[in-house]
Design a protein around this ligand. Structure first.
Ligand SMILES: NC(=O)c1ccc[n+]([C@@H]2O[C@H](COP(=O)([O-])OP(=O)(O)OC[C@H]3O[C@@H](n4cnc5c(N)ncnc54)[C@H](O)[C@@H]3O)[C@@H](O)[C@H]2O)c1
Length: 346
């Protein structure tokens, strides 16, 4: 039996990227590739002669030699497929979002813990070298105390019909925000609108408030003139921007801020500081390759991934709360009270 044999489920838009990247990780063998659609399987099968292509997910679960399952099917199927895989004692990688309901995500986290299984969520950006460097910069205190962050994930297209811009685009931003700040929001608000005649919001603006006063704002849209994938972090000492669309210098650290001269009390008189802009060296490694290698390492060393089930759960909780607010026209939704109610069985 080899724990490093994996099966990929879902070969639509994203699954083939995972199939390719996982196949290139030397410690892994992609034993199965599964999709309900015959054509999707037929298109890929000739490129992977060592992999068995099947339309039957149960076949993967019944194979006792198969160690892990990678779920890249549509989001509404994640919880069910991941639950079945964990119950069959497989390690599991689930594309984002981990589930569509926090209660399902919680169950997956508990199941993985009870059965001592690796549970990883496909929060790709947590493996981006620029994000790793930004996290190190924040943790080293270089930016000072973090005040607030905001993200833009904008483009014209890809227009979705079955999920809104929040669920389609914001998981990446929420994983970034919670990863970089190391905490979950206590209260969120969201407003959005459907402009293209569908039933789902094409643009969503969300705000997250954290217990220590930090704020985060996210703007997601598939109806926008700009192609932007950007996060700005404003700290008491410096500010940082990660711009994933930039060709060079995806990460920039701005030595800018506002500070009180020592001889006066704060607020009485503030000096604006305009210093150097530094572009730290960031290796040009593909995040998807790093993500797949990290999964292999976690399987081999039996450790929980950077973007583990808890990370997936934090993002689903935030999405669920933002969706409640969106549906209620932008009302504040408290996550703390939801968490407390759950803990007390309410
Ligand atoms: N990490 C990223 O940057 C990124 C990018 C795009 C998509 N995704 C995620 O990847 C997942 C898939 O998205 P997509 O755009 O590829 O979707 P898609 O609809 O293009 O493909 C999904 C595939 O899953 C198959 N499928 C559905 N149910 C199945 C089942 N029970 N068993 C086997 N196959 C099944 C479908 O036939 C389809 O081919 C989503 O969770 C999405 O959020 C992640």
């Amino acid at each position: 039996m080899s724990a490093l044999e994996v099966g990929v489920v879902g070969l639509g838009y994203w699954g083939p990227n995972l199939l390719r990247s996982l196949s290139r990780v030397s410690q892994l063998k992609v034993r199965y590739a599964c999709d309900l659609d015959d054509e999707k399987r037929a298109k890929l099968a000739h490129s992977y002669p060592q992999t068995r292509f099947t339309g039957n997910f149960q076949e993967l679960l019944d194979d006792r030699d198969l160690g892990a399952v990678v779920v890249a099917s549509p989001a509404p199927t994640h919880a069910d497929l991941a639950r079945r895989a964990l119950l069959a004692n497989k390690d599991v990688f689930v594309e984002k979002p981990l589930a569509l309901a926090a209660s399902d995500a919680e169950e997956l986290v508990e199941l993985a813990s009870e059965r001592d299984r690796v549970l990883m969520t496909g929060h790709l950006l947590e493996y981006h070298p620029a994000v790793t460097r930004l996290k190190e910069t924040i943790e080293a205190g270089e930016l000072g105390e973090i005040f607030y962050v905001y993200t833009h994930r904008l483009n014209l297209g890809v227009i979705r019909r079955n999920e809104n811009a929040l669920w389609s685009l914001a998981p990446h931003d929420l994983s970034l925000i919670t990863y970089l700040l190391g905490q979950e929001p206590v209260e969120v608000r969201a407003v959005g609108h459907s402009y293209l005649g569908g039933e789902v919001e094409d643009v969503v603006f969300g705000t997250l408030r954290f217990a220590d006063g930090k704020l985060a704002h996210l703007h997601v849209s598939w109806l926008d003139p700009h192609k932007e994938r950007k996060i700005t972090v404003v700290g008491s000492k410096k500010m940082a921007v990660f711009d994933d669309m930039a060709r060079d210098g995806k990460l920039k650290i701005y030595d800018k801020g506002a500070e009180a001269p020592e001889y006066r009390s704060y607020g009485e008189y503030l000096n604006l500081r305009f210093g150097d802009i530094v572009m730290p060296y960031v290796p040009n490694d593909e995040p998807l390759r790093l993500e797949c290698e990290h999964f292999a390492e976690c399987l081999a060393e039996r450790k929980q991934p950077r973007s583990d089930g808890h990370s997936g759960l934090r993002v689903v909780r935030a999405l669920e709360a933002l969706q409640h607010s969106l549906s209620a026209g932008g009302q504040a939704v408290s996550l703390q009270s939801t968490l407390l109610a759950r803990e007390s069985g309410g």
